[in-house]
Structures are given as structure tokens and as C-alpha cells.
Write a protein that binds this ligand. Sequence first.
Ligand code: NOJ
Length: 744
Amino acid sequence: MKKVFLLSAVLVTASAFAQKQPTAWRVDSVLQLMTLEEKVGQMNQYNGFWNATGPAPEGGDAATKYQHLRNGWVGSVLNVQGVEEVRAMQRVAVEETRLGIPLIFGCDVIHGYKTLSPIPLAEAASWDLEAIAKSAHNGAEEATSYGLNWTFAPMVDISRDPRWGRIMEGAGEDPYLGSRIAEARVRGFQGEQLNDPRSMAACAKHFAGYGFSEAGRDYNTVDVSDYTLYNVIYPPFQAAKKAGVATFMNSFNTMNGIPATGNQALAELLKEDWGFEGVLVSDWGSVGEMIAHGYARNLKEAAEQAANARCDMDMESLAYVQFLASLVREGKVSESLVDDAARRVLKLKFDLGLMDDPYRYCNRPGSWEPTTSPWAADAQELAEKSAVLLKNNGILPLVKKQAIALVGPMAQEKNSPLGNWRVSSDDFTALSLYEGLVQVRGEKRMTVASGPVFLKGPISFPFEAEINTTDTSGMHAVVKAAGEAEIAILAVGEHGFHSGEARSRMSLHLPGLQEQLIREVLKVQEHVVLVLYAGRPMILPDDITEQVDAILLAWQPGTMGGPAIANLLMGKRSPSGRLPVTFPRSEGQIPLYYGAYTTGRPGPSDAVFWSHYGDGPNTPAYPFGYGLTYSTVTYAATQVKQMGDSMAVTALVKNEGKVAVDEVVQLYARDHHSRLGVQPVRRLIGFQRVTLKPGEERMMTFSVTADQLSVATSEGERMFEPGTFSFWVAPHSAAGTSASIDWK
Ligand code: NOJ
């Protein structure tokens, strides 16, 4: 009897009458029906037993989880694949639990669902905010059609350490670019309205500091100053919050001594100071990991710490579901915190429209093919815009009739270009570079050879990708093909499974036998074009960089990478990507980033006493913002003048060449003296991506306000201090002429 009454009470919240009520009213009307255990249940998230994206916790067997689901002790699940499975699980939540509250289905839709765009770091290299937003929107459209309504993206962690494998998932090293991209991605995933069945809730992660793990080793300690937090790490999170992101995720790491998941000060900053009203979810098992950190004695204490740090949802630690209700009864966690968390989760369910129609996101199962996917054209376009031309002595673009040898481990690869952060796409569904070249130039006068086997065995998400360093068979075939052709296109790089979560690397050199392979090819062929596949900045030895004719950085370009890179090689489009992260010359320089502070001894000087290395230069191989095109774009001197309350910074930019190009015009500033805290030698404060026809010149104008030049103090207050500023309108962070002005 009771069940019938309560169920109908919840259904009232979905009635036409209730739909007219404010969401807060509807949330409260559900909350007041709930037992403590049911409220805690809303704070519990389980993996959906298929694809694990983390280690399985103890006691998380399917039978227990299903029982918990029936008890109403599960608020959300992740990694459930396919409409049938989503519907089946939702049916249990809606029809078999006391209150019938639907589940939210989460998934890592990082750069697409089945149709994959380039990896996020590559997308960032496009500096094309509309295209990036569209890519996120496409991912949402595809994922929601499979029943999902919450993505754990975007990752907005700034990182300056390419050893860290997850650098591939972010927008690079710069807080300004990172913030604009964070906004674009949130806008893309969430659309105009969360209850649009083609949009999904986004998640700004990982709060906070994850990208600053010591030595680039994943999950490692993070120790950063408040000054760095407020000026570098927090801005993209603040931008995501302002863009209306529905959820945040904690990070695994300790930050300044306290695990982020149990860090009350961080939660207060997010929920009080910034006024974030959405859901804060833990990372996978990060509540339980506070035991390994040496912060909690046991899982119960971890639950207490996380709940008191206002972590609203426990992803796969099984900590809340087991202990939170007793912790409340024992007075260790206030019930008001549980109410607040459950309210946030319920509100999200209302906002997503799930309370009105729990099955609304399940509308399109069916077969999937890369070439017929409605999102393939956009994925290809973005792959074309993301690739970065690092070197070209004029060999590119290629001419159709040249005899080419397409060689190297990435030449025919159909899996690696997808990257590894793809919970749902089918393996080996990327169009390879070979397929792309066949499509764009035809098969004539093209030989193909992959060379020595790259990996020792099959690869998969949970295991290390082991590299062949000894078996050279296949090398000879590559050298022969390269020697007989007019040009060798050498497709090399790291595998998609070499970057991503838990995939930190000590060496940024090409793994395996590839450097040897390139040198062998260079012995027989003087025209070599390197196509570099990577999920992070990589290092090419000087002799290789000097001898090859061209280097095109393809990143892991996604499903349509093959045709995209082929289009660029064949000159159907001029490369326009710009590095969102510095490429060092040596691992010993890390962290190396353009927005560094000057030192007291910037040098150079004849004596040894300046800030430098005795065995190599300070400068990078390729600076932030760098990238070439098939034309020459010149920049006239930067000018600055006061216009009322702001400054107008201008420069005339001209396409001197014979092909149309997309140029990413970048605006950097330097604040010469600041008592709020020393300032970077350069700081990106604006950019515009413009198309320039052959011979076209354009006056680029940026209006700069005091706000754009403000600095956050260590207490988090943003202030502007008048003084001398320099500006550069430049093609990258190490180029351009500056103009200075006194801002009174
Ligand atoms: C762990 C990762 O750190 C996080 O980014 C991801 O969203 C979760 N696993 C869920 O897969």
C-alpha cells in the first residue's frame, strides 16, 4: 500500500501540474519522500559491469549492484553500452524501486562516441572554438542516441608536462586558451538546454591540480602554490562554471598535502565562493584511494572525509552506499550535507528531463560505419584543422604524379589514430593514411610498407602497450620501397595507447625501432616527409629534424584522420593548426612552457651565472602557438594606442603566397612590473583565426581591457595594476615585434 502511495507521489512530480512548478519545488517534493538510505543512494554511482575504465573495487559484483539498484541505492551508472542495456537498467530503477527515480547514465565521451574527432589536445591545436564546440555537440548527439546523458568531459586540466599521458585529453599548457576551449566544449556538450535530448550534462574535471602531478607520473602528488592555482589551474574551471557546466569531478591526487576528494577548502571554493550549484562527483575510486594516500584509516573514514568535503557522488568506491547512512546516524556527517547532495543529483535529473521521461535519450540503436556516420565530415574537417606543419622546405604539398613510398608503422594503422580514450567506438575503424591517400590521389605510383612490427602483442585499455625494440624484420622492405620512390612519406609516432590515463612516459622520443628506421630511409632517400602521430609533445633528434624535408604533426586524428592528412599532404587544404603546448628539445627541460616568469638572471651572459643549462639551450624545439602553412604570412609591426578605457592593439597581416590560408593571429601581453606577483614573459590574451586569400592583407585589431590584464593574488582576488605593458600581435609565442604603452 505504502509503495503505491509513494510511487504515485513521485509520479505527481512528473505530472502536467508539477511540470509547471519550479525545479526546486519538484526536487523538494521528491526529497521529502526519501529515506536516508535512498538519499545516500542518489550519491552512489556504479560502473555498469561492461567496460571498466578503472580497477574493480572489492564487493562490486553484479549481483550486489543489482540488489542495490532495486533497493533504490544507486543514483547513476557509468559505462553502460547500448540502448537495450540502458533501457533494461532504467526499467529496474523506474519500475522496481520504491520511488521509481530514474538513473543518470554517464560515460567518457571524450572526443566522440563512435565517430571520433581528433584527440582533445589535437582539437585544441585548431584554435577554432566553433569547430571544437561542434565536435563536442556531435559527440553528445551520437552518445545521447545510445541512451547516455552525462559525459565526463571536458578535462580542463592545464598541463605543462608532456610525460603525463593525460596531456592528450586537455587543451594544453595555457590558461587563456584552455579557458576558451573549456567554455566551447561545455557549450557544445550541453547545448542551449540540458533537457534537449541531443545534449548531455558536461563535467569539468579534475578538480584540481591533476595536470601538475610531480614528474609527469599519473596519480602522483601535486604541490602547487595558491598563486599558480589562481592564475593557471583554476581559470579553465572558472570558465567552465561560468559557461554553466552541470557537474565537476574531483581529482585523484593530493593537492598541497590533502587528497582533492577529501579537501574541504576546495569544495568551499567551488560551492561557496564560485557558487557552483551542480553535482561534484568523485573520480573512479578516489574516495577509497584516500586510504592508500594515508589520509583515511579505512573506507568508512574515507566516506566521512569525502562527504564532509561535499563530494556529492561516489564513483565506484562503494563507500557511501556502505557507510554514509551510519555516519549520519553517528553524527559524523550532517544529514543536511546528504540532503544537499541528493538535491543536486535530483535537480540534474529534472534538468535533463529524465524525471519527465526516463527513456527520453534512447532513440537510435543500429549499425555504425565510419564513412556513413553523419558526424564523419565534421570529424575530418577538424582533423584537417588540427594538424600542425612543423617543417617544410617546399616539398609539401605533394604533386599528384610523384612516385611515393608510404612507409612506417602508422602508414596503414586503423586503430592507433583513434587514440585510446574511446570507451565506445569500435577498434580498427579509423581510415588509415593509406586509405586516405588512395581516396585523395589514387593508388598509382604508390608503394606501401609498414616495417618492423611496432607492438609486441595486442593492446587494450587496461594493459601496457609493449613495444618491439629488437625484431628488425620488415626494415629492409621499407628501405627498398623508399629507395625506389621519388619521395618517402614516413608515418611514425607513438601508438594511441601510449598516451591517456596511466600512460606516462619517461622518454618522449619515438618508441621502438623508429629512429633507426628513419635513419635507414634517409640513407637511401633524400626526400622524406615525416607524418608524426602523437598524443603529446614528442622529441625528434636534431639529425632527423635537419635531414627530413617536412614534418606534419597529425596527432591521433580520429576516425577520419587518413583522408584529412592526405588532403593536407596533397594540398587540398593548407595546414593551419598551431601548437597548444610547447615541444621541448629534451626531457631535461620539462616543465617548459612559454608563459614562464623571467628570473633574476635571465641572461644570456658570457659568464656562467645566468639561468641556463650547461649542456643545451633553454629554447624549445617548437614554441607554443607555432605552426606553418603552405604560404608565407607576414606581420607588420604591432601598434598600440589608448581608446577610452581600453587599448587598441593592431598589426597588418598579409598572405604573401599563392594559396589561401587560415592564419591563427595571436595576441600576447607582458606586464613589466607587478607588485601583485611577478608576471610571465608573455601571456596569451586573445587570438583570431582568419582566412586570408592569396595576396590578401588584413588589419588585425584587438581591443584590450584592464580586466584582461588583471592578475589573481594568492588569495584569489583579481586586480589590475597600472604600469608599462608590451603587446605582440604574432604568429606564435616566440615571434613578432612588440609595442609598449604606459597604462595610467
Ligand atoms: C578515471 C578518470 O580519471 C576520469 O577522468 C574518468 O572520467 C573516470 N575514470 C571514469 O571513467
